[in-house]
Design a protein around this ligand. Structure first.
Ligand code: IPM
Ligand code: MN
Length: 372
């Protein structure tokens, strides 16, 4: 298969982690005889500095012409701490999501058996947790009308949803639940918000056509508590944009590090894959950022195009790095391995499972040990 992949490294540690994801995709090309055409474009702070906008037209054009987009991270403290900034790096990402119609953001959350100690949560609570958040990505308060009065003393952001916006992601979430543990939890604030009541109505109606999936509801405040108290109860969580943003960061605590969480943003015609974590500007250039979220995002890209074996090979290589402790310092204090070395290890351990039985583990490790 030939795929055109747009690379958007973005800000902070984005370029470093994205480079590791690309290494892994190159290993997939070689091992599985696939063909990826990579083209890079700017977004975020660099684009603002060079072109005055976070999402240059040329970047948007490249994304539209590509089969998929691999995204790094976005955000810079010089804008975070300036509420008066007129142009912000995040605007580029939001505009890209909107322009490409990437309405469904899929964020899997797993507790890794090898990393149970890394989470500050009780092992007994998080062991075996395995759920996925379906976050609506192009509507709600992120995109509603924004107002600030002339005096700059009163501000508002509107949260608006239409039936069709709710319906398209709901179908995807039900389909996912059907193939998983057959449970869907709608997270909302229907005891207060009109928009949440519409979500409940639409989701309940659609649920009738998925009788094999158990549907339940949680208010977002309660869900925030349940996610860390008893995460094993969840299978698919469906929620609106802002709630999904908040709950997915919270959920990352279960996995042991936000550096592990991958995501896919899917639309009717385009798809983008990006780590859930932020740009960590303080870690930029230090070769310490965890590349696994970016690498697992690349695995989601492969899955999206039906390259299931390839995706599995990437996930297996990631598991191996976790098991062997070849990880960045966020996962192992004083780890001697950097972003690049972890990326190299994972890329070199991407093997075709069919060939795998011919090679013993020792050989693979030995072969790679020169690289690390
Ligand atoms: C995310 C990010 C974005 C969001 C920011 C960078 C606008 O935090 O994808 O979670 O809030 O959606
Ligand atoms: Mn976020």
């Amino acid at each position: 298969m030939t795929l055109k992949i747009a690379l958007l490294p973005g800000d902070g540690v984005g370029p470093e982690v994205l480079a590791q994801a690309v290494k892994c995709l190159e290993a997939v090309e070689e091992t599985f005889n696939q063909h990826f055409i990579f083209k890079e474009a700017s977004i975020g702070t660099i684009a603002i500095d060079n072109k005055g906008v976070s999402l240059p037209d040329s970047t948007l054009k490249l994304c539209k012409e590509s089969d998929a987009i691999l995204f790094g991270t976005i955000g810079d403290p010089k804008y975070d701490n300036n509420p008066d900034a007129k142009v912000r790096p995040e605007q580029g990402l939001l505009q890209l999501r909107k322009e490409l119609g990437l309405f469904a953001n899929i964020r899997p959350i797993l507790s890794h058996s090898t990393l149970l100690d890394k989470s500050p949560l009780k092992k007994s609570a998080i062991k075996g947790a395995d759920f996925v958040i379906y976050r609506e990505l192009t509507g709600g308060i992120y995109f509603g009308e924004k107002k600030l009065n002339e005096e700059g003393t009163v501000a508002s952001d509107i949260c608006e949803y239409s039936e069709s916006e709710i319906s398209r992601i709901t179908h995807l979430a039900f389909k996912a639940a059907k193939n998983r543990k057959r449970k869907l939890t709608l997270v909302d604030k229907a005891n207060v918000l009109e928009s949440s009541r519409l979500w409940r109505k639409v989701v309940t109606k659609i649920g009738e056509s998925y009788p094999e999936v158990a549907l339940d509801f949680l208010f977002v405040d309660n869900a925030a508590m349940e996610i860390i108290l008893n995460p094993r109860q969840f299978d698919v969580i469906l929620t609106e944009n802002l709630f999904g943003a908040i709950l997915s960061d919270e959920g990352s605590v279960i996995s042991g590090s936000t550096g592990l969480l991958a995501s896919a943003s899917i639309g009717e015609e385009n798809a983008m894959f990006e780590p859930v974590h932020g740009s960590y500007p303080n870690d930029k250039g230090k070769d310490i950022a965890n590349p696994i979220a970016a690498i697992l995002s690349a695995a989601m890209l492969l899955d999206h195009f039906g390259l299931t074996e390839e995706a599995m090979a990437v996930k297996k290589a990631v598991d191996k790095s976790l098991k062997k402790g070849i990880v960045t310092p966020d996962l192992k204090e004083n780890s001697q391995y950097g972003t690049n070395q972890v990326g190299d290890f994972i890329a070199h351990n991407i093997v075709d499972i069919d060939d795998n039985f011919l090679m013993n583990d020792e050989n693979i490790d030995l072969g790679k040990s020169t690289i690390i």
